[in-house]
Design a protein around this ligand. Sequence first.
Ligand SMILES: [Zn+2]
Length: 244
Amino acid sequence: MRAELEILLRLQEIDQEIKKLESDKAQAPARLNVLKNNLASKDVDLQQITGRLSEIKKRRVDIEDELEIENIRLGKSQQKLTSIKTNREYQALLKEIEEIKKANKSREDEIVAVMEEADAIENDIKSKQAEIDSLQKEIDIEETHLARMEEELNSGLSALAGQRQAIAKDARQDLLSRYQFLRDKRGGIAIVSVTNAVCNGCNMNIPPQLFNELLRDEKVHYCPICQRLIYTEKNTENNGEGAC
Ligand SMILES: [Zn+2]
């Protein structure tokens, strides 16, 4: 292979490694993002149930206040019973007393229900908070891990950039520009081998005349179909094939 192509081939290997590390770097925060989304959704749940708990507590205070007022009214009505003159009035007051008692009983039942719900919610809050704490710990660990991984990837990338620069300075400038143009247009692969007159970049046959010239290795050639830089190894089955 021609020396100027060997340089580009080494460059291509380094560029492939750079591409791999950059893709690793882009994907590195994926797990952390999943954990953070999970935490955000648990925080929303916790806020909702905490909101429900304060509604319930407020409701309990309201019913207890009503109950206190109604118990005072009940006491007054019971006292009034002793001073009633007519049977009709007496019956009416008895009915009113019964109604107050009935309403108060249902208030007491509601207080019990509200207290039970508050207990259940408090337990739920405790378990949600424990999940959040453990998730937060996981996030802290993942952040440390990610920072270390990014540091390693960055130092790998800067080492590769140094190697690339050292190699690129020996490259023929016109070929280097061509290489970089093709690399960006052809998925990172700008220089490919040709086996049995087939381009390994696009898998198409190259014309016999071009293949013969390629075997003579007198100048740099391009695949007529994908335009990549092409080369063929000496001492392989390619030798002599298609020769005039
Ligand atoms: Zn090709």
